[in-house]
Ligand binder design. Structure first.
Ligand code: F3S
Length: 282
């Protein structure tokens, strides 16, 4: 069995920064809560919980003087509510997510109707939309725009940071061409982050030359899910796993295996997978 790692995989700079800030906050305050998981990875969330950084799902559960904003950001309403409670905030929002939020706010201020290419149920997208003051919507397909054509004169299009660049380009181009009859002005802001793009390109390159891809990362991690989609799109057998123990020896023996990992997957989880693959081989 041959095992090859993608050129770019695992923790991105945004996640490393968030973890640095959270560990520092835990040392300083002892007890910190994050509204939603700090990053979308079970092992990281468990490790953080061990040092006093707990995840909560709603503001009503806050039992600390310090609330951390996750790397994928929060809605403006949530931030206002936390500030109104007089709590301290540790803001670990990734600068790339902040840029998407600012782009959305700027487009609305300039009079544009905003469309975010992404998953409406993802907290990052909810956060970005909250900066549009009701003048934005999230879509996964251009066809979902039906029903509001009448008001579409100025259209601003941006993306969830973890989407695929080609899918975003196809989405924006189709959306614009479907509504050219009513649109007077279009602005497209590429808010897909570099880390996402590089991990997808590296995974794609590797997927084209191996028999099977293992993509490691949280099942709730949008960027890991996208990596698995990108690999599978080449036709190669692709397995998305959260941890090494999920790998089944029978599926892997004698194959050339490529490994990729999402931006919130810790190095030690990737190492565990490599060790397990080597053990299967021997
Ligand atoms: Fe930020 Fe991109 Fe990572 S948005 S958290 S650098 S995947």
């Amino acid at each position: 069995m041959e095992v090859e790692l993608a050129q770019e995989l695992g923790f991105c700079s945004g996640v490393r920064r968030a973890l640095r800030l959270l560990r520092k906050a835990a040392r300083e305050y002892g007890n910190v809560v994050t509204l939603g998981d700090a990053v979308h990875n079970r092992q990281v969330v468990e490790e953080l919980s061990g040092i006093g950084v707990k995840s909560i799902v709603s503001i009503s559960e806050v039992d600390s003087q310090v609330v951390a904003v996750p790397s994928h950001g929060l809605s403006k309403q949530n931030l206002d509510e936390i500030r109104a409670m007089g709590l301290s905030i540790v803001d670990t929002t990734c600068p790339r997510v902040e840029r998407a939020q600012r782009s959305a706010a700027g487009l609305v201020k300039a009079g544009f109707q905003v469309v975010v290419f992404g998953d409406i149920h993802h907290p990052e997208v909810e956060g970005i939309l909250s900066w549009t003051h009701g003048k934005g919507r999230a879509l996964r397909f251009p066809e979902e725009m039906a029903g509001i054509e009448g008001s579409l004169k100025s259209l601003g299009i941006l993306s969830q940071t973890t989407q695929n660049i080609d899918a975003f380009a196809a989405f924006a181009s189709k959306l614009v061409s479907m509504h050219l009859g009513t649109i007077e002005e279009v602005r497209v802001v590429n808010t897909i982050c570099d880390a996402t793009k590089k991990r997808q390109e590296a995974a794609l390159e590797l997927a084209r030359k191996v028999d099977l891809m293992v993509v490691i990362g949280g099942y709730n991690s949008a960027n890991t899910g996208r990596l698995a989609e990108v690999c599978a799109s080449t036709g190669v057998e692709t397995h998305h796993v959260e941890a090494a123990w999920e790998l089944e020896a029978e599926q892997l023996k004698g194959k050339r295996i490529g490994i990729s990992a999402g931006a919130s997957t810790p190095d030690h989880v990737i190492r565990d997978v490599v060790v397990r693959l080597k053990n299967i081989e021997s």
